[in-house]
Each structure stands twice: as structure tokens, then as C-alpha cells.
Design a protein around this ligand. Sequence first.
Ligand SMILES: Cc1cc2nc3c(=O)[nH]c(=O)nc-3n(C[C@H](O)[C@H](O)[C@H](O)COP(=O)(O)OP(=O)(O)OC[C@H]3O[C@@H](n4cnc5c(N)ncnc54)[C@H](O)[C@@H]3O)c2cc1C
Length: 401
Amino acid sequence: MTKVIIVGAGVGGLTLALALHERGIVSQIYEAHDRVKTVGAGINLQAYAVKVLHQLGIAEELSNNAICPEESAYISAAGQTLFKEPLGHHGGSDFPQYSIHRYTLQKILCDAVQKRLGQHAVQFSTRVNAFSQDENGVTVQFEGGDTTDRADVLVGCDGVHSIICHQMYPDNSAVRLPGITMWRGVARNIPPFSRHRVLRAGRLESGKLIAYPIKDPDDDTAILWNWVAELHTGKKAKVEKTSVVAINTLPEVFNMLQLGELDGEQLIQNSSHALCLPMADRKPLPNWSIGKVTLLGDAAHPMYPVGSNGAGQAIIDAATLAECLQQQSVEEALQLYNTLRRPAVSKLVEGDRLGGPDVVLNEMHRIVGSLHVPEGMLPGLQTTFHEKISRYRKSVGILIT
Ligand SMILES: Cc1cc2nc3c(=O)[nH]c(=O)nc-3n(C[C@H](O)[C@H](O)[C@H](O)COP(=O)(O)OP(=O)(O)OC[C@H]3O[C@@H](n4cnc5c(N)ncnc54)[C@H](O)[C@@H]3O)c2cc1C
């Protein structure tokens, strides 16, 4: 029976364990942290990824713990919503889009793995340091000792700074840091709004904000407003590591941004702290699979988080890899997985590097700046924005509703 070692219990690794289990393939996850731990707060799971999670039998847990946003709204410097797109069910998809706390999502996935595969299927506090492979299998070496484990396949789901990727590609595994700084936070005590929306305003050059509501993982009757503030800080002020920072260290430019009913100042001041991190991606790799070892999720394809696709693509990777492993011998399966996924995701990485859905915000700035747009001009403008975003989606081949 094929055994798979998975390095990393993030969204990608946990989904892979569930997808393999569905196909009768045994797996063991090794996770460096001592428990489910996440960096940042909310993520949006697009309908294409929710479809896979429903097929893996966690639809009810998701719908009980997530918010289903109705639309994505693009707001001008004058505070006007100039473009809207319906999301998930509201856009005609068979599946909803979910806004969810990352901890909640990972906990749902981890609970499902432990329930179906057994408590020991996720071994926490175990950092993988290196691997070696021969014609019969792969051996992983753990940090701080002589202990090893062996399997038929090794999947590096160990995130953006993947050591598995680094060992496969010592010269090509470094991330690209373009000098864009992100601050992420959650605001409490924001007045409730009648509709759930994903709100976007601003531009990287002068400050950009994205905000949407999620449920509090500690109290599902409470709503948190997840926000991400982004600014092109340039090479000189380049941030390279993630750190927790005080709210008063954020640049003032975000306070001025209008998000319809909300403003940047309200969001930022109602947050206890922020996480400061660099925007990063990596030049697409020539092949995600070498022999019996492959990569998945951010380890394979870190991307700018502008299009809400990173975790969703990790979920699709997991379903695809499990399917390939069920149908083919190990090395053929890993090459088929690489063929099916790598070209498509590489296109997305490069497309998001060019701004992804930010094309609408940039066009909005170019055409209207901070002017208030009269009602009569809205339909024409909306057609322009719709064409812009459709062109982006067509170029990266993403199915979004
Ligand atoms: C600001 C921001 C907003 C985002 N918004 C969205 C969004 O709206 N929608 C979306 O789909 N995506 C979004 N993403 C992207 C998404 O968060 C990632 O793509 C996704 O979490 C990647 O999952 P992963 O499992 O590949 O990696 P990770 O979640 O990074 O998990 C990797 C795991 O491996 C473990 N690990 C690392 N090294 C080792 C080792 N040597 N041994 C053992 N374990 C190890 C880590 O501890 C970690 O638990 C966003 C990202 C950012 C930064």
C-alpha cells in the first residue's frame, strides 16, 4: 500500500491527507509547530475551492463557521462604490464563497484528519530537516536527532520558505520581494452592516485596503473585520520578515481610505495590533516533482495574495495529486500532477504579480481619481471595469463566479 509523508499541516497538507484518505492512500503529516497555528487572520475561499472541501465532507462545518460574502466592491477615492461583482452562490455558482478565519479553517481540516485517520496522523512539534530518496522510497530526517521516517512519496507542503523546495532547488527556491509591505489585522466592535461584502480601495503606490467580516474563532456570535493594508514601500524600506507591530506604527495613508460604510482609521484603530509582512512570490519552478518527491501549495507556488487564490490553489493541488496517485505508479503520478497543475498555476503567479484584480482599482484611479461620479456615468464605467477584470481572469485562466 502506498504511504505518503506530508511535511506541514497548513491548508494544503491537511487537505491532501483528507483527499488521500478518500482514495485509500495512507499518509502521515509532520508539523513543526506544537499545534494548529496560523499567521494572519481571514482568508477568502473561492467557490472552486469550496467545491473540493464539500466533496471531502466538511460542508456543514464550513457553513457553520464562515461568512458567505455576497459581493466584492471596489471603492473610489471619493468613497463611491464604482464596481461590484457578485460572489459564489450570489454570482450563480453551485458553491458559496466563504470568508473564514484561517485558524478556524485549519482546525476544521485538522479535526477531520484526526477523526478519520487517527489522532497520530498529524505529528506536531516535528520539524523535517532534510530528505533523501532511492529507488525504493524516500526518507525524511527530523530536527534534533537521528530519527527518520520512510515512505513511498514525500510531499513538501511546508509553505513559502519550504525546506523541501530548497533541497530540490538550492539555487531557485528564494522568494522575490518587490518592496511591498503588508499589514494585517482584525478590528472589533465595528457596527453590523446589512450585507456581507469584500471591500477594496486604494492603490499600492499610495496605500490600499481590503476588508471583510469573519466570525471570531473564540465566539462565533462575534464578528471581526479582517483587513489587509498594502503599500509600495520600495527597496530601501523593504520588510523581509513577519513581525507583530503596534497599530501606531502603520503609515497614516491608510486612515484616509474610504470603504463605504467604513473608513481605514476606524478599522485600524479598532485593532489591538497588526502583523507586518512582505509581499512575496517566487519565479515559477521548472518542475514541482523530482522522482518520488513533490511540492504543493505555497511550497510549490507562493503568489501575491491579491486575487484570494493561494489557499484555494493549494486545495486544488491536493485533490489533483490524490487523484493522480490513485491512478498511476508513484513517479508517473507525480509527473502527471506536475503537468496538470504547474503550467496553470505558474500563469496565475505571473498574473497576480501584475496586480490581479487590482487592475480595477488602478483603472478607477486613472479614470476618475478622487472625483465624485454622477449616476448617469456609472453604467459606462462599470462596463470598462468589467472588461478589465475579465481580461485578467481570461489571461490567468481562473474560474471565478
Ligand atoms: C495577506 C494574505 C492574504 C491572503 N488571503 C488569501 C485569501 O483570501 N484566499 C486564499 O485562498 N489565500 C490567501 N492567502 C494565501 C494563503 O494564506 C496561502 O496560500 C496558504 O495558506 C498556503 O497554504 P500551505 O498549506 O501551502 O502553507 P502554509 O499555510 O504556510 O502551511 C505550511 C505549514 O508547514 C509547516 N512547516 C514549515 N516548515 C516545516 C518543516 N520543515 N517541518 C514541518 N513543518 C513545517 C508550517 O509550520 C505550516 O504549518 C493570503 C496570504 C496572505 C499573506
